[in-house]
Design a protein around this ligand. Sequence first.
Ligand SMILES: Cc1cc2nc3c(=O)[nH]c(=O)nc-3n(C[C@H](O)[C@H](O)[C@H](O)COP(=O)(O)O)c2cc1C
Length: 181
Amino acid sequence: MQATVRKLSINMKGKKGVIILGSARGDGNTRKIVNMIRANHKNLHFINLCEKKIGYFDYEFRNQDDDFIPLMSEILEYEVLIFATPVYWYSMSGILKNFFDRITDLLEIRKDLGRRLNGKTMMSISCGSNAEILDSFSIPFSETAKYLKMNYWGHTHTWINAGKIPVEVELQLEKFLIKLR
Ligand SMILES: Cc1cc2nc3c(=O)[nH]c(=O)nc-3n(C[C@H](O)[C@H](O)[C@H](O)COP(=O)(O)O)c2cc1C
């Protein structure tokens, strides 16, 4: 069945939003989901984490001169942060988890930036190989948002079937985005 083209709407209450892709490939399944969302929300800025050089968290902050701090400065220009990640071994991707680990830098050596996360909004989207997703998947997002005193606007799970976004997923995404109003 051909998916009906629907106008998805994100009401960010006038806030600027950014969608942050955490896939190990820039043109994979999660990117398809991101592309569909962006096609309907042209003002949504896009960041592809796999194009950035972001080292692992280091207690001595030896990676502080990599792309992370400049990238965070860019992200902090936005009020709504939407993380889109594939499901890799029941969890967010390693690339995205690494990004989350590095937020620790903002609590230690760049508190000026860390404080600016306070009051921003987080959302999360997963993309797996099928409809199954464990309830635990979204916990790192919701708890991180809580810890950072961010608002959490929820999680939705998607998947790709034979290279296409199933109608069911499209409807689900639409509902998820409408919920933001
Ligand atoms: C390393 C790896 C681990 C995966 N683990 C899971 C999993 O635990 N559950 C699942 O449903 N799919 C799993 N998959 C399938 C991916 O979630 C799925 O193909 C996804 O749509 C890939 O998105 P991408 O093209 O953006 O990487 C895994 C794929 C990879 C490469």
